[in-house]
Design a binder for this molecule. Structure first.
Ligand code: XIL
Length: 461
């Protein structure tokens, strides 16, 4: 969509290209175009690439269009949690979940149900039950009604979430554990199988991405369930990771679960950093994402990779880990981050927007989009994208139209001469890895109502 508003490209940049002799195309060099989106590239490898998404943001066009373009699996971020679906006992509310499921179905996405039994986002009435029989019956009813409501629409259910403690591998001290004991997890899986026999049933947890006491405990549980015929089909590794810390044994860990006869899903991938982001952190993050995707591809039963959100703008990280963020594949402005390109490449894809011209190694391209408008002005956004090579900096030049004046600009450093505004980076968004992009935004006062796109050129550095 953004490309529909493409700005005038610099004639100067075209003149810089030296004339080249044109060789006739050799048949041997003609290749099929590599897949250009995460979901296409994943599909070509027999995988699914998903994201968590929130019903509340679907009305934002950039949010919905990025979701629909890149992902073929959707996990409702909060809409299916117990406190939302059964706020008071046996009184169910599936409104928001139904809406987001409808969106996913219309797009042909697989849906991950998240989650039936979890100690968080649990309504007070359930957390207050102290009799085993009463809690078992409440849990069975919750699963029967919720998984029953969505039966036939859900590819995978996170039946039980986060039931183990960090460090020791002991069970987490939740109301379920205290009141029902160890057996509650298998009771939940049996109830889920009955309610939706077609869905794959997963156990999901964090800090079980590599081999450690916690993942060993989950491994022992899954092994036991398989041996005793308790219905379990998959294990979800949440993969809420920190920068530079992809476990080196992640692939081996996934393989040992796969060898038990279950699928392995990466269910909530994000890789957080201290904010603000800079070029070097983003490059490390790209490498981290590449490692995770490659580890999954190396395990045939690792069939799903799901990131925990589309854009850094709405990521849960800054709320829960103050001072950290920038954990996802798209920046606040839906620009593709280096981690996006690294993930796509690891899947065997190539960004079609990446010119990839080795004869022009320092090149950047840029595009303009109008993000808001009103009678006397508008907001614009410019995205600068590196080609096949890293650039250390960039310059964008906007030539404003008649009556237009920039009254504010963010994520860029402007200098104005007449109607020409030259914009340089603010520091953290100067350095762009191959294929990465940076965006800046601005407000234009246009009392005469002139909404025409300013002329735009860009160059590097
Ligand atoms: C998070 C959501 O992203 C937030 O919006 C919400 O406020 C809290 O929960 N592990 C999980 C997810 O299994 O359900 C959590 O989602 C993130 C950690």
């Amino acid at each position: 969509m953004r490309r529909a508003f493409i700005a005038l490209l610099s004639a100067g940049a075209l003149l810089l290209a030296a004339p080249v002799a044109v060789a006739p195309p050799a048949l041997a060099t003609i290749k099929e175009a590599a897949p250009g989106t995460l979901k296409e590239a994943a599909a070509a490898k027999g995988r699914v690439f998903g994201t968590a998404a929130a019903q509340a943001h679907l009305g934002e066009s950039a949010y919905a269009s990025t979701l629909d373009r890149e992902f073929n699996q959707l996990t409702p971020e909060n809409e299916m949690k117990w406190d939302t679906t059964e706020p008071s006992r046996n009184s169910f509310n599936f409104g928001a979940a139904d809406q987001i499921v409808g969106h996913a179905q219309a797009q042909g996405m697989k849906i991950r149900g998240h989650t039936l039994v979890w100690h968080n986002q649990l309504p007070g009435w359930a957390g207050g039950i102290s009799s085993r029989d009463d809690l078992l019956s409440a849990m069975r009813n919750h699963i029967a009604k919720e998984a029953g409501h969505f039966a036939g629409k859900i590819a995978y259910w996170d039946v039980v979430n986060e039931a183990f403690q960090d460090g020791s591998g002991a069970r987490r001290d939740s109301v379920f554990q205290r009141v029902m004991g160890d057996g509650y997890i298998e009771e939940a899986f049996r109830a889920a199988r009955t309610a939706d026999p077609a869905a794959k049933l997963c156990y999901n947890d964090y800090n079980i991405d590599g081999q450690n006491a916690k993942s060993n405990a989950v491994y022992a549980m899954v092994k036991d369930f398989r041996a005793r015929g308790v219905p379990i089909d998959c294990v979800g590794l949440q993969a809420h990771l920190t920068l530079g810390n992809v476990p080196s044994d992640m692939q081996a860990n996934m393989q040992r679960f796969a060898d038990l006869g279950v699928d392995v899903h990466i269910t909530e991938l994000d890789i957080r950093m201290s904010t603000p982001a800079d070029g070097s952190k983003l490059a490390t993050q790209a490498n981290d994402y590449r490692k995770v995707v490659s580890a999954c591809l190396a395990v045939s039963r690792c069939t799903v990779i799901t990131v925990w959100g589309i854009t850094d703008k709405y990521s849960w990280i800054p709320d829960v880990f103050p001072g950290e963020g920038a954990a996802l594949l798209f920046d606040d402005n839906y620009g593709k981050k280096p981690a996006y390109n690294a993930s796509l490449e690891a899947l065997g894809g190539t960004d079609p927007g990446d010119p990839g011209d080795p004869g022009d190694p320092g090149a950047v391209t840029c595009s303009y989009t109008r993000t808001a408008q009103w009678d006397t002005g508008f907001n614009g956004q410019v995205t600068i994208k590196a080609g096949s090579s890293r650039v250390s900096s960039w310059t964008a030049v906007l030539t404003m139209g008649s009556g237009q004046q920039i009254s504010g600009l963010w994520n860029g450093t402007p200098s104005t001469s007449g109607n020409v505004v030259t914009v340089k980076p603010v520091g953290w968004n100067a350095d762009l890895a191959p294929g990465a992009s940076a965006s800046f935004g601005f407000t234009v006062n246009a009392p005469g109502g002139n909404q025409a796109p300013p002329a735009l050129t860009c160059s590097s550095p």
